[in-house]
Design a protein around this ligand. Structure first.
Ligand code: BES
Ligand code: MN
Ligand code: ZN
Length: 512
């Protein structure tokens, strides 16, 4: 898929004042007593223009702010963008990522073609250079992203491409920055891919179309294989959960199975990890239909599945030395004469039976088959990601995804990956009490619990299908979308999970 804006990120050895570019980007903490060395040098050339800006109070370095100046031939850059980094003690890798995203977003608005980032400088000594290179590259993709493929006029005046380079005059840091940047470009590009696929509406992306996108993604890569179960194979495999949810739509359900095997045999045995993602291409609620308000947003109910597809491709491009499964059950949840109904009893792939009380609790039904499939493949670790419950949004707002797990070490590893990737998560329970609520009198399970703790009971339901595997569930409802634009991103799909999952896998490889 062609990106809406072609982005290229490179590194370049250059003195900051001599850096020829349309826009040089530097960062400033709000509580820095002395201006950063590079700002001071640039300001000398600019005759104190930066200092003046500060005196006037037009730029203080506060987070989420920025200010634009012009080089006027005094420095090689045409423009100088100052980006606020907030308080030094609160700064993290994600502060840098968001600063790079802010710069890229501004560049797209201004139709600036070439930007040069020196944002890592104020963090030197406190953050790892390679990690910073990766974060800046990810940020450039994130901030420059636009979704406008169906806007007829968008071609006129569209930026078309953005060239970004990370500039650094000294060789050793430059080398590490470059190394990290290479990984960041892969992750950033796949996150943009995920956002485009998720933003596409349900009349364009139905389950067969998603399966085709998955197949296209694996083309030409010998390490990444794609198998698609269509409705006949789903029948033959007795995947009753996926079939039930997909039964109301003319577009038939699919199970997308990706398998990644590294080209070289890994030096040591690492766990086989399965990534499972919910892909409901449209969730109307089915017979238990949703209210009309905001129902259009339910085209994004495929976001978890798409994050898995994108992460699998990124893992293959990064040539990660471990075995992976990517499992994406895809279905459209619509009401019709052939839909599944409240009261139905569905036999899932695991053999467990489920009494349907609400057809809008469909995500857990399709995930249960995919989780049981991962268990049957004897995966060691399984992580599922899904826009699963409104209750999770009620609990955590749109700042953190919920995480439920049966393994403390996995939970800690995911927490670390969340910190590294800037895709934030928060633990919620899913144990015995919650599982108790999901028991049915006339089947093994029912698909909804009581009014309370809906995110936890949903997770407790999923937990019944993971067997011996170490399992974590990411409820990303609310994290899949930004309602209105922010300084570092445009509105629409966020591609949440791509960075998190890759950070988890990369850390797993490094782990002793
Ligand atoms: N896809 C929705 C959850 C959702 C809601 C995601 C809002 C993003 C924004 C899910 O399939 C759903 O409908 N869940 C129900 C479960 C209930 C019927 C037990 C919900 O949360 O209301
Ligand atoms: Mn639903
Ligand atoms: Zn749903």
């Amino acid at each position: 898929m062609r990106q809406i804006i072609d982005v290229a990120v490179k590194t370049k050895k250059a003195e900051f004042a001599r850096c020829k570019t349309n826009m040089l980007v530097v960062g400033q903490f709000s509580d820095a007593t002395e201006p950063d060395e590079i700002i001071r040098k640039l300001d000398e050339r600019l005759g104190g223009a930066i200092e003046r800006l500060k005196q006037l109070g037009d730029f203080t370095g506060k987070a989420k702010t920025h200010a634009l100046l012009y080089g006027n031939g005094k420095i090689a850059a045409e423009r100088l963008l100052l980006v606020g980094l907030g308080e030094r003690s609160k700064a993290t890798l994600d502060t840098l990522r968001k600063a790079a995203a802010t710069a890229a977003n501004r560049a797209v608005e201004l139709k600036v073609k070439h930007i040069s980032l020196a944002l890592h400088r104020p963090f030197a000594g406190s953050l790892d250079m390679a990690a910073m290179g990766k974060a800046m590259a990810e940020g450039v993709y994130y901030g420059s992203y636009r979704y406008d493929e169906y806007v007829s006029e968008s071609k006129n005046g569209r930026l078309g491409s953005l060239d970004a380079q990370i500039v650094e005059p000294t060789p050793a840091p430059l080398k590490s920055l470059h190394q990290g940047m290479t990984a960041g470009v892969i992750v950033g590009r796949m996150q943009s891919y995920a956002r485009t696929l998720a933003n596409r509406p349900a009349n364009v992306i139905d389950p067969p179309a998603l399966a085709k996108a998955a197949r296209d993604l694996t083309r030409g890569l010998t390490t990444l294989r794609c198998t698609i179960y269509d409705e006949r194979q789903l029948e033959a495999q007795k995947m009753g959960g996926i079939l039930a949810v997909g039964s109301g739509s003319r577009s038939k359900p699919r199970l997308i199975i990706l398998r990644y095997t590294p080209a070289k045999k890994p030096a040591r045995r690492l766990p086989t990890v399965a990534l499972v993602g919910k892909a409901v291409t449209f969730d109307s609620g089915g017979i238990s239909i949703k209210p009309a308000q905001d129902m259009d947003q339910m085209k994004l109910d495929k976001s978890g599945g798409i994050a898995v597809l994108a992460a699998m491709k990124a893992a293959a491009e990064l040539e990660l030395p471990l075995n992976l499964w990517g499992l994406v059950p895809a279905a459209e949840n619509l009401p019709s004469g052939s839909s599944y109904r409240p009261g139905d009893i569905v036999t899932t792939y695991s053999g467990k039976t489920v009494e349907i009380l609400n057809t809008d609790a469909e995500g857990r039904m399709i995930l249960s088959d995919a989780l049981a499939f991962a268990a049957r493949q004897k995966c060691d670790i399984v992580i599922d990601i899904a826009t699963l419950t409104g209750a999770c949004m009620v609990a955590l707002g749109q700042f953190k995804a919920g995480v439920m797990s049966n393994d403390d070490e996995l939970l800690r590893d995911l927490q670390k990956a969340a910190d590294d990737s800037g895709e934030s998560i928060w633990p919620l329970p899913s144990g015995e009490e919650y599982a108790e609520e999901m028991k049915s009198k006339i089947a093994d399970l029912k698909n909804t619990g009581s009014r309370w703790g809906g995110a936890c009971t949903a997770a407790a339901f999923l937990r019944q299908f993971v067997g011996e595997m170490k399992w974590a569930h990411l409820d990303i409802a609310g994290m899949d979308v930004i309602a209105s634009p922010v300084v570092y991103a445009s509105a629409g799909s966020t591609g949440f999970g791509v960075r998190l999952l890759i950070a988890y896998l990369m850390n797993l490889i490094e782990k002793k």
